[in-house]
Design a protein around this ligand. Structure first.
Ligand code: DX5
Ligand code: ZN
Length: 230
């Protein structure tokens, strides 16, 4: 194990004793083979959000279901949505997802439109705004926007598909980001997305929201799996 990750783990065990705040859980149905059935099952759990992964085939190679199909998930869930836009041009999709039962809209700091304008657009709908960061993007790239954000989504895998392995270096990024947010006395929360399971969740104890795809969706008991991540 890398020294840095060891340090993170040590620091985490100290912090855990200081404050144990239950995490919010946002479940991604990206790799679900039975979306309607799984959303109905999730609706019977205490999951906090449904994480909607939307991909344009440009920002990432993969393409998700088009919005006109995705919007029908309201038939199967009454949970609030946590929308993750993996797209080059978020503006038109922000407008679309703002019409749904959406709590958070998150787009990438690496996307190609004016980030300040997009943040204002999301807030104009009364929706909380997040900015996502790829594993190889420095946290300093958030500096111009941090005080306007409700959430930072730290990607712990490269975006595109579910079921990938958690990238350990991103755990250190979460610690550094948390320190930065505390120093600036901001209320911005951290969400971590990718490869979250019973082991990796402990590497990112500074996160307020954990996204889980395959760990929950492939489990026999959704509620048990969700509870085990909190
Ligand atoms: C990756 C997506 C993630 C993914 C999470 O591009 O943004 O939300 O579906 O799935 P797991 O938990 O399987 O890594
Ligand atoms: Zn996601």
């Amino acid at each position: 194990m890398k020294k840095e990750v060891k340090k993170v783990k040590e620091k985490k065990s100290i912090k855990k004793e200081q404050k144990v705040v239950p995490k919010k859980i946002s479940v991604s149905f990206l790799s679900s083979p039975h979306i309607a059935r799984d959303l109905e099952k999730l609706n019977l759990t205490d999951v906090d959000f449904i994480h909607v992964d939307f991909m344009d085939g440009k920002f990432v190679r993969q393409k998700s279901l088009p919005f006109k199909e995705l919007k029908n998930i309201y038939r199967y869930t009454s949970k609030r949505l946590d929308v993750h836009l993996m797209v080059n041009k978020p503006k038109k999709f922000i407008k679309k997802f703002a019409t749904l039962n959406t709590a958070y809209i998150t787009f990438h700091v690496e996307s190609l439109e004016n980030i300040d304008e997009l943040i204002d657009l999301v807030h104009g709908y009364g929706i909380k705004c997040g900015l996502a960061l790829n594993p190889d993007t420095e946290i300093d790239s958030l500096d111009p926007y941090l005080d306007k954000l409700d959430l930072v989504l730290v990607m712990s895998v490269f975006p595109g598909k579910g079921g990938q392995e958690f990238i350990l270096d991103t755990a250190l990024k979460v610690v550094q980001l948390k320190d930065k947010i505390e120093k600036l006395k901001l209320d911005t929360i951290i969400e971590v997305d990718g490869g979250i399971n019973l082991e990796t969740k402990d590497y990112v104890s500074d996160a307020s929201i954990l996204v889980s795809g395959s760990y929950v969706i492939q489990s026999d008991q959704f509620q048990e799996a969700i509870t085990s991540l909190r």
